[in-house]
Structures are given as structure tokens and as C-alpha cells.
Design a protein around this ligand. Structure first.
Ligand code: FAD
Length: 377
């Protein structure tokens, strides 16, 4: 578990070099302008750095979860916004990979992966965030399928997507048991609304997506009617270590800048790295980053070995890595002092980007509920 294979090390190196050459030089510009990084994503797609966890026969790179986490950490060190934009596809594909039939996988995934297109995972609504069972978007059964009506919010890549994986209810009175997952290729009746202006991960696009009498044939149901909640939870259990890896990448990026700066910045006639209070911060940063990575690797390895259940370990990895990213980036700004607070250095961006790691794909309060639910079972 602790030693990478030659192939894993080579893939990790390739992702690191790509991040340093193609992502880091433009990360501040995309953040500043809050624009979608189409050219960078195209290069990433050509290099195999989008859809890397999708099986090869479906147009992906076929990496296992562990190796995908290695790649995600490297890309996250480059820019969490650009990486979020790239990895939204994987989140949207998981419900199809987890609950879809072979026919559905072949029908919905390759048109996106082989063309460098985008997909969006549509669960959250204005009144259904942490409480996913409150989804109000309706799927009314009609001849041959369903009519979708409702609005989703905070949808990553919703305005650029050609495929939407949508969670809607066939009967709101059934609560959890009414929720159903659908694969919905872009069609008439789907429109996008408000685009969020965000604190961080500003290169990724976060929008409202409206469904207005969108007809979806019954062949597009993922799993079975009423299984949507299970599909959503299995998806998040599988994807959370990736957010953990992204958080580790953000924390590492900020830590590296702070470490270098602490050796160069002279105050009171000596590098600030000589001061024990700075050393303690650096030591805590390094320790937390390693601990977070190990939790991510453990969860990823369990997923790859199909060691069910892994919901607890998956939640622990996201919880700890998300909190680590926030703490480490905040202390990196502290070590750089006023320069850390300035956009001249990248640590303030790392700090802004880190915050989302404690929020999306289940807030860290929700991760604690998942962990407690498992240990008190
Ligand atoms: C940039 C961004 C991108 C996103 N991308 C997507 C996407 O692609 N697809 C998608 O479907 N969603 C996406 N989301 C939505 C995200 O997953 C939700 O914002 C998140 O799950 C929290 O829901 P909420 O914002 O409604 O907060 P709420 O659920 O309203 O929570 C508010 C606060 O209450 C706490 N809380 C809620 N319930 C409990 C409880 N039972 N116990 C203790 N505390 C509780 C929360 O932890 C939080 O601190 C995205 C969000 C953002 C900001």
C-alpha cells in the first residue's frame, strides 16, 4: 500500500509535470476572470487527464481509484478549480457505472469521453442540500417514460454539459423511496439559470439547471425506479476519496510555497524558518498532509478491492483531508504574512479553494454523521 508501482509513479509524474507546465501558469488568470478553462481542459483530455477513472472500453484511461487519487492530488496542487471542472465528468459517470446496465454505459458515456465533452451530476436543489431525500424535481410517469420538471442548483459544469445525471422523485410522498436516477442527454426543455460568483474554485462553473417538461425514456432510468437515493449515496461513497485527494493537493501546494518562503524571508536578521513558532506550523502542516493522504489511500484501496462497506473510511478521508486543506492553507497565508494575503502569491487562492472541500459532496458535518452512523451501528 505504501510503495507505488513503477506504472503508478510514472502516471503521478506525468500528472505533476502537466500541472506544473499547463495548469499552474494559468491558474491565477482563470481564477481572476472566473472563466471556464476550455483550452486547458482540451489539453487535459488529449493527455488522458479527464475521465481517467472511466474504463478504457468506455473511452477513459481505466485507472483504478488509488491511481486516480494520485493523479487528482497532482492536478489539485495545480488548481482545484480547473481540477473540479475536469472531474465533474467522473462524478456524473459514477451513477451510470454503479447502477447502469452494460447497454446504458455504452450508450451514455463514450459520446462524452471520446469527444472531450462534459457531464453534470444534478442532485442539489434550493431546498434539498444535505437533505437529499427532499428533492422536489418531479419525474411524472407518462407513456414510454417520464416528464422531468424542476430546478437544480450549484451544478458543476451544468452550463457546458451534454449529459445530465438527474435525481428526481416519481412520488414526493414516498420520500427516499421515490427518488430515481436518470441519464439525460442534453435535449429540449433543459436550460441553465444563475451562475454562481464564488469564493474559490472559480475556474469551474457552478449554475442552476432547469428541467421544463423534459421527456426521458424509461430506458434511461439508472438502477430501478425508487433506487435513486441508494445510487446517489453509493456514488458519493465512491467519489469522496477523490475530493480527499484534491484537498491533499491543495494543502500540499500551499505548504510547499510556505516552506520555501520561510527559508527565504529574513526578519530579525534571520530566516523566519529559524523561529520555533514557524517550525511548529510547518511540522503540523507536513504531518496533517501525510495523515490525510494515508486516509485517502486507504479508502481508495478499499474501493479498488471492493471491501464493502467503505462508506465510513471514504467519509473519514474527505473529512480529514478537507479540514487539513483549510488548516494548512490558512497557516500558509500566516507564514507569508502580508504577502500571503496578497494575490501576488498563490497561497490566498489555495485558501479560498480549500473551503469548498468542507462543503461539496457532503459537508463535513454530513461526513461526521456518516462516520458516527457506521461506528454506532
Ligand atoms: C462550488 C459548488 C459546486 C457544487 N457542485 C455540485 C454538483 O455538481 N452537483 C450537485 O448536485 N451539487 C453540487 N453542489 C452542492 C453541494 O453538494 C451542497 O452545497 C452541499 O451538499 C450542502 O448543501 P447546502 O448548500 O444546501 O447546505 P445545507 O444542507 O443547507 O447546510 C447548511 C449547514 O447546515 C449543516 N447541516 C445540514 N444538515 C445537518 C445535520 N443533519 N446535522 C448537522 N449539520 C447539518 C451543514 O453541514 C452546513 O454547515 C456544489 C456546491 C458548490 C458550492
Amino acid at each position: 500500500m505504501f510503495t507505488l508501482t513503477a506504472e503508478q509513479a510514472a502516471i503521478q509524474k506525468m500528472a505533476r509535470e502537466f500541472a506544473e507546465k499547463e495548469i499552474m501558469p494559468v491558474a491565477a488568470e482563470y481564477d481572476e476572470q472566473e472563466k471556464f478553462p476550455f483550452p486547458v481542459l482540451r489539453k487535459m483530455w488529449e493527455t488522458g487527464l479527464v475521465n481517467y477513472s472511466v474504463p478504457e472500453e468506455l473511452g477513459g484511461a481505466g485507472l483504478d481509484t488509488f491511481t486516480s487519487c494520485l493523479v487528482t492530488e497532482e492536478l489539485g496542487r495545480g488548481c482545484a478549480g480547473i481540477t473540479t471542472a475536469a472531474s465533474a465528468n467522473s462524478l456524473a459517470f459514477y451513477p451510470i457505472l454503479i447502477a447502469g446496465t452494460e447497454e446504458q454505459k455504452k450508450k451514455f458515456i463514450p459520446p462524452i469521453t471520446t469527444e472531450g465533452k462534459f457531464a453534470a451530476f444534478c442532485l442539489t436543489e434550493p431546498n434539498a442540500g444535505s437533505d437529499a431525500a427532499s428533492v422536489a424535481t418531479s419525474a411524472k410517469p407518462v407513456e414510454g417514460g417520464y416528464l422531468l420538471n424542476g430546478s437544480k442548483c450549484f451544478i458543476t459544469s451544468g452550463d457546458v454539459a451534454d449529459l445530465f445525471v438527474v435525481f428526481a422523485t416519481v412520488d414526493k410522498s414516498k420520500g427516499l423511496k421515490g427518488l430515481t436516477a436518470f441519464a439525460v442527454p442534453k435535449t429540449e426543455g433543459i436550460s441553465t439559470g444563475k451562475k454562481e460568483i464564488k469564493l474559490g474554485i472559480r475556474a469551474s462553473s457552478t449554475v442552476v439547471v432547469n428541467f421544463d417538461n423534459v421527456f426521458v425514456p424509461k430506458e434511461n432510468v439508472l438502477g430501478a425506479e425508487g433506487q435513486g437515493f441508494k445510487v446517489a449515496m453509493q456514488t458519493l461513497d465512491t467519489s469522496r476519496p477523490m475530493i480527499g485527494a484534491l484537498a491533499v493537493g491543495v494543502a500540499r501546494g500551499a505548504y510547499e510555497v510556505a516552506l520555501k518562503y520561510s527559508k527565504e524571508r529574513v526578519q530579525f536578521g534571520q530566516p523566519i524558518a529559524n523561529f520555533q513558532m514557524i517550525q511548529a506550523m510547518l511540522a503540523d502542516m507536513a504531518t496533517r498532509i501525510d495523515a490525510a493522504r494515508l486516509l485517502v489511500w486507504r479508502a481508495a484501496a478499499m474501493i479498488d478491492r471492493k471491501e464493502v462497506p467503505f462508506a465510513k473510511e471514504s467519509a473519514m478521508s474527505k473529512l480529514f483531508a478537507g479540514d487539513t486543506a483549510m488548516e494548512v492553507t490558512t497557516n500558509a497565508v500566516q507564514i507569508l504574512g502580508g504577502y500571503g494575503y496578497s494575490r501576488e502569491y498563490p497561497v490566498e487562492k489555495y485558501m479560498r479553494d480549500a473551503k469548498i472541500m468542507q462543503i461539496y459532496e457532503g459537508t463535513n458535518q454530513i461526513q461526521r454523521l456518516v462516520i458516527a452512523g457506521n461506528i454506532l451501528r
